[in-house]
Design a protein around this ligand. Structure first.
Ligand SMILES: NC(=O)C1=CN([C@@H]2O[C@H](COP(=O)(O)OP(=O)(O)OC[C@H]3O[C@@H](n4cnc5c(N)ncnc54)[C@H](O)[C@@H]3O)[C@@H](O)[C@H]2O)C=CC1
Ligand SMILES: O=C(CO)COP(=O)(O)O
Length: 351
């Protein structure tokens, strides 16, 4: 008999904990082919005098990043990422994208060579030579294992409460699709598998930039029509970005949960929107508000806007993506937020 598939969740923030709940319950319900223990790497910290790993393993709640949600008892918190990932067959990467390289470095040479990875991480990595890499590329290149992407309209707190939603798995190695679908799908978390992995991942990264723009519009006091315009213009730039930089991209992927649906939910209910609105209303920096409002959770929109701008600037293409460019410049304090409306009014889509 083939040995059971061991699963490791690399990350334990807001989404990491919500997905550990799903995966923990799913492996218990499918002991063929999955091992019943799910190891979850926890970046150790002390919360009210106790180690977070100890709290999770004794009380089965991640009190800091997903309070009020019971985790299955078979989800075991482990503070050393090498121990957590040892012998795993499926590695679920779910941590803020700025930490991926550091974590993969620790895992270099330590993962099972037959393992597969799936990235739930939204963002890019800046590459030498003025370009950007997908996060799945970083994982593939550093760990030398295949890597799929799971993205979708998935505000973690809502998923953790088991409110119905959808997600998209983009995967190049087709035969791994059914296994990953079995691992993630539940009756309230419905999965579509497609082979356009790149577009799935690019959508997940770019929509966080647009959500920052939606927050600016909210902070400036405009209503839902203006926000709909930000969403539409943002979507047009997302599509153009794929056409220019990922020409193999399939436009129908934008209609999956990873595309329009994630864009909409994040522009209404996400952390990027919330902090961007407060940025306008308080005049404080994004960094200060992130620390003040998110209790250790991390924003992905502003760093992703930087990463995209790094490439656009190098390729002298900033003016072809004026929304992405303005959002980056506002986050960095190089453009007054009031000028955001000029960007919308003069968008090349209307010329
Ligand atoms: N929260 C959400 O609703 C959703 C998040 N995502 C994506 O999932 C990814 C992970 O997000 P979350 O789980 O929400 O994380 P989070 O925003 O809750 O981030 C906090 C996590 O980062 C860890 N951390 C802090 N410093 C670190 C360091 N130096 N090295 C490594 N880890 C460190 C913390 O221990 C904690 O686990 C992101 O790319 C996000 O865009 C995707 C869908 C939904
Ligand atoms: O990616 C998300 C929902 O799918 C969460 O977005 P925020 O990071 O803006 O909360």
């Amino acid at each position: 008999m083939a040995s059971k598939k061991k699963v490791c969740v690399v990350g334990s923030g807001n989404w990491g904990s919500a997905i550990a709940k799903i995966v923990g319950n799913n492996v218990l319900a499918q002991t063929d082919p999955f091992d019943t223990e799910v190891r979850m790497w926890v970046f150790e910290e002390t919360v009210e005098g106790r180690k977070l790993t100890e709290i999770i393993n004794n009380d089965h709640v991640n009190v800091k990043y997903l309070p009020g949600i019971q985790l299955p008892k078979n989800v075991v918190a482990i503070p050393d990422v090498k121990d957590a990932a040892e012998n795993a067959d499926i590695l679920i990467f779910v941590l803020p994208h700025q930490f991926v390289r550091g974590v993969c470095k620790q895992l270099d040479g330590k993962v099972n060579p037959g393992a597969i990875a799936v990235s739930l991480i939204k963002g890019f990595d800046v590459a030498d030579g003025g370009g950007i890499l997908l996060i799945s590329d970083v994982i593939r290149e550093m760990l030398k294992i295949p890597c799929a992407a799971l993205m979708g309209a998935n505000i973690a707190n809502e998923v953790a409460k088991e409110n119905y939603c959808e997600a998209t798995i983009g995967i190049k190695v087709k035969e791994h699709g059914p296994l990953l679908k079995d691992l993630f799908q539940t009756d309230y978390f419905r999965i579509v598998v497609c082979d356009d992995e790149t577009t799935v991942e690019v959508c997940g990264a770019l929509k966080n930039i647009v959500a920052v723009g939606a927050g600016f519009a909210d902070g400036l006091g405009y209503g839902d029509n203006t926000k709909a315009a930000v969403i539409r213009l943002g979507l047009m730039e997302m599509i153009k970005f794929c056409e220019v930089f990922y020409p193999e991209s399939n436009q129908s992927t934008f209609l999956e949960s990873c595309g329009v649906a994630d864009l909409v939910t994040t522009c209404y209910g996400g952390r990027n929107r919330k902090v961007a609105e407060a940025f306008v209303k308080t005049g404080k920096s994004i960094e200060a508000l992130e620390a003040e409002m998110l209790n250790g959770q991390k924003l992905q929109g502003p760093p992703t806007a930087y990463e995209v701008n790094y490439m656009l600037k190098n390729k002298k293409m900033e003016d072809r993506f004026p929304l992405f460019t303005a959002i980056h410049n506002i986050c960095k304090g190089n453009l007054e937020v009031q000028k955001f409306m000029d960007c919308l009014k003069n968008h090349p889509e209307h010329m």
